[in-house]
Design a binder for this molecule. Structure first.
Ligand code: IMP
Ligand code: MG
Length: 174
């Protein structure tokens, strides 16, 4: 696989993160505590940027999940790493890298809702709406990407390319 073209530059991403942070800050102005839950591993670059773009207090925690199983029977959420805090009664904001089919995030939402947070919202840096299989609307969406495989800004292909500061499309080498 090789990098084919840059879809969003470092500067475009920075500008978008600033916009998202502004929206989040306004919406949570009345909230005493905002707990950002990052979904590993893809979230880590975006998470680092978005929390530093917020001027309010935040706390952070992380989860690592994978969804598996036959879609016709709903599939299951496999928790590879769970939160280390109780979210009951707290304002929780999930931080995701990208929403693709929507499977992972919709199951994660259900799981977190069952733990009784005061509120639960979702912020995704990238969105690929053309690939959606499960209805899933994020409260905060950064940039829309076409139906192609993308890497960089935390996203990987076979664990590579997470360190690219931009978002790029990759293609098979011919
Ligand atoms: P979903 O359950 O299909 O929405 O899958 C979401 C997860 O798959 C994301 O959180 C990413 O970690 C990964 N993913 C989806 N599309 C891409 C992509 O184009 N590049 C890299 N990772 C992706
Ligand atoms: Mg992810």
């Amino acid at each position: 696989m090789k990098i084919d073209k840059v879809l969003f530059s470092e500067a475009e991403i920075r500008e978008c993160v600033r916009r998202l942070a502004g929206q989040i800050e306004r919406d949570y102005a009345e909230s005493t505590e905002l707990l950002c839950v990052g979904v590993l591993k893809g979230c880590f670059v975006f998470m680092a940027d978005i929390i530093r773009a917020l001027s309010r207090d935040v706390t952070v925690n992380f989860m690592e999940v994978s969804s598996y199983g036959d879609s016709t029977v709903g599939g299951e959420l496999k928790i590879l790493k769970d939160l280390t805090v109780d979210i009951k009664g707290r304002d929780v904001l999930i931080i995701e890298d990208i929403i693709d089919s929507g499977r992972t995030i919709s199951k994660l939402r259900e799981e977190l809702l069952s733990r009784g947070p005061a509120s639960l919202k979702l912020c995704a840096m990238f969105d690929k709406p053309a690939r959606r299989e499960v209805e899933c609307d994020a409260d905060y969406i950064g940039l829309e990407v076409p139906d192609v495989f993308v890497v960089g800004y935390g996203l990987d292909y076979a664990e590579k390319y997470r360190n690219l500061p931009y978002l790029a499309e990759i293609k098979a080498e011919d």
